[in-house]
Design a protein around this ligand. Structure first.
Ligand SMILES: [Cu+2]
Length: 70
């Protein structure tokens, strides 16, 4: 099990966070995802055998949000 804490400063409201969460939750191997408004960060717990960190970042980007750092 691995975890990623991606800085996603574009999160402005709960619509943003649910967009990011549903995009990441749809990936195989993702155990949990929490997009936090106050911290401007998205935390993902995942099985590194099933999904790559890059794939998670790509899903966040595809949902329309920048990932600045992890
Ligand atoms: Cu929003």
């Amino acid at each position: 099990m691995d975890a990623v804490h991606a800085k996603t400063p574009g999160l402005m409201c709960h619509e943003c966070t649910s967009k990011v969460e549903s995009a990441v939750r749809g990936l195989p191997g993702v155990v949990s995802v929490t997009a936090g408004l106050s911290r401007g960060a998205t935390s993902v717990l995942f099985d590194e055998k099933l999904v790559a960190k890059e794939t998670i970042v790509a899903a966040i980007t595809a949902a329309g949000f920048d990932v600045e750092a992890m």
